[in-house]
Design a binder for this molecule. Structure first.
Ligand SMILES: NC(=O)C1=CN([C@@H]2O[C@H](COP(=O)(O)OP(=O)(O)OC[C@H]3O[C@@H](n4cnc5c(N)ncnc54)[C@H](O)[C@@H]3O)[C@@H](O)[C@H]2O)C=CC1
Ligand SMILES: O=C(O)[C@H]1O[C@H](OP(=O)(O)OP(=O)(O)OC[C@H]2O[C@@H](n3ccc(=O)[nH]c3=O)[C@H](O)[C@@H]2O)[C@H](O)[C@@H](O)[C@@H]1O
Length: 456
């Protein structure tokens, strides 16, 4: 099928590349000329396992092209995926300016039936606004009778596993209306997703508003589980229980399940924080307050400070003259994404208390330099040393603080850690190690919600 993807970011690029991999003819559009040039020169703007190979293979096969040419992009696909950003507005609601701009571009150039697919995460009711923007453009052209349908097809992929998630989705949610154009769109979408739906009934058909809502409900539920566990972990620290034992204990109940129950340094990334806020904002527009989600957000803001708090408890409020080693900067492993990363809150706190930091991340160091320049003053940034290896970050540091659970951090040489640090102290925001093992190695270990095992 001929498909246009508008917005070549995380979601757009992965969607475009994966649909091309299945034999479709895909045209990826972006307004960012540098991004398009990079892709046309064989580069990849994001770190995402497996993506580079899929893009290269399909470009070479002539099934995947990148361009900034709007008219050509509209002409190309009967399916027009909108995968542009929906960042938070000042009040926390989703900013729809890029989505609506994309819709208007389609309306300005289309010359026959199109299926517009809202892939971006957008508030309930957005499909109607997309349709209205498009219709207005058609009216300007005197083409108001031209047929189109807007369907909602939210994306559930995770960064760091995006290609895998897209190719083997747990579910595909598609919302369409019952008009003739909507029914026709359903047939087009059915054909598109047929390869994903061979053995299992993975596609959930519903009305458009329910599909839009499903995306927010999913992210809000996942964020709720994390905040719930983080809050209990802090209590476990107080009462002398082990949150990891508790996690196993409750996860074995199939009604609860094991996934997404890891206590840690708080959730970050481009989606949970913004989507929780946007759903709260939608509720407020209907004079309703989502009390649970307000708490989820507040707990997460507090949890992002947990590592700083543990450093202060151990080393005092004034950290002047001290250096701390920090492993992991990205908001999660296998990505270079630093959006809303808990490491940013930790680094700011340590530096404001007078400390210096020596940091290492396997892939996010370049991106970290960029975002930390926004978070910190020049003088503060001068106190951040970027180290090539995890071990180099340890030299002369008071303690090691772990923020991101990269695989490469899971089996370090503990003797070397002890030898390089001033004190054998690990403050672990992701519970990577077993506390009794650490004690046996002579390491003072501070996990999240595990104080019973360390006597801290
Ligand atoms: N990043 C993720 O893991 C996931 C993101 N989403 C949602 O997908 C949407 C996109 O997110 P990302 O891909 O992360 O954003 P992104 O910021 O990586 O990419 C968006 C792209 O759209 C381009 N763009 C903006 N306006 C445009 C226009 N009028 N025409 C063409 N291109 C335009 C931008 O230049 C940028 O390259 C958001 O709504 C997000 O919430 C959903 C699931 C997963
Ligand atoms: O809408 C989106 O953009 C995406 O948001 C999340 O994906 P993502 O943000 O890439 O990453 P996650 O793996 O969900 O992790 C989010 C944050 O939660 C934290 N987390 C996750 C799981 C857990 O048990 N504990 C925990 O603290 C991670 O460290 C990370 O900071 C969802 O998992 C995807 O399904 C969704 O498509």
């Amino acid at each position: 099928m001929k498909i246009t993807i508008i917005g070549t970011g995380y979601v757009g690029l992965v969607t475009g590349a994966c649909l091309a991999e299945l034999g479709n003819d895909v045209f990826c559009l972006d307004v960012d000329q540098r991004k398009i040039d990079l892709l046309n020169n064989g580069g990849i703007p994001i770190h995402e396992p497996g993506l580079e190979e899929v893009v290269a293979r399909n470009r070479a096969a002539g099934r995947l092209q990148f361009s900034t040419d709007v008219a050509a992009s509209v002409a190309h696909g009967q399916l027009q995926f909108i995968a542009v950003g929906t960042p938070p507005d000042e009040d926390g609601s989703a900013d729809l300016q890029y989505v609506l701009a994309a819709a208007r571009n389609i309306g300005r150039h289309m010359d026959g039936y199109k299926v517009i697919v809202d892939k971006s995460t957008v508030p309930v009711g957005t499909a109607d606004r997309v349709a209205a923007a498009l219709r207005e453009e058609l009216r300007h052209r005197g083409e108001e009778s031209m047929e189109f349908a807007v369907v909602s097809n939210p994306e559930f992929l995770k960064e760091g596993a995006a290609v895998e998630d897209f190719m083997r989705p747990d579910r595909i949610v598609i919302g369409h209306d019952d008009s003739p154009a909507g029914q026709r769109a359903r047939d087009v979408m059915k054909l598109l997703y047929a390869p994903f739906n061979r053995n299992h009934e993975r596609v959930y058909w519903m009305d458009v508003r329910s599909a839009e809502f499903t995306k927010y409900a999913a992210n809000a539920m996942l964020a709720t589980r994390i905040s719930f566990m983080n809050e209990l972990a802090n209590l476990a620290d107080q009462v002398g229980a082990d949150i990891e034992a508790v996690r196993h204990g409750i996860g074995s109940d199939p009604r609860i399940g094991h996934s997404f129950l890891y206590a840690g340094a708080g959730y970050g990334g481009s989606c949970f924080p913004k989507d929780v806020q946007a759903l709260e904002r939608t509720a407020r527009q209907y004079d309703q307050e989502l009390l649970i989600l307000r708490a989820v957000e507040a707990v997460n803001d507090r949890q992002k400070q947990v590592l700083g708090r543990k450093v202060v408890q151990r080393f005092g409020e004034d950290l002047t003259g001290m250096t701390f080693a920090v492993w992991g900067l990205a908001f999660k492993p296998n990505t270079d994404d630093m959006r809303e990363a808990p490491s940013r809150v930790l680094l700011k706190e340590l530096i404001e208390r007078g400390a210096s930091v020596a940091v290492h991340d396997p892939v996010a160091m370049e991106e970290a330099q960029r975002v930390l320049a926004l978070d910190l003053s020049d003088a503060q940034l001068a106190r951040v040393a970027f180290r090539k290896t995890p071990m180099e970050a340890l030299d002369g540091a008071e303690a090691l603080v772990i923020v991101t659970e990269w695989k490469a951090f899971r089996s370090p040489d503990f003797e070397q850690i002890k030898a390089r640090l001033k004190h054998p102290v690990i403050i672990d925001g992701r519970n990577l190690f077993e506390p009794p093992l650490m004690t046996g190695l002579g390491i003072e270990y501070h996990g999240i919600g595990r104080s019973v095992l360390t006597g801290k």
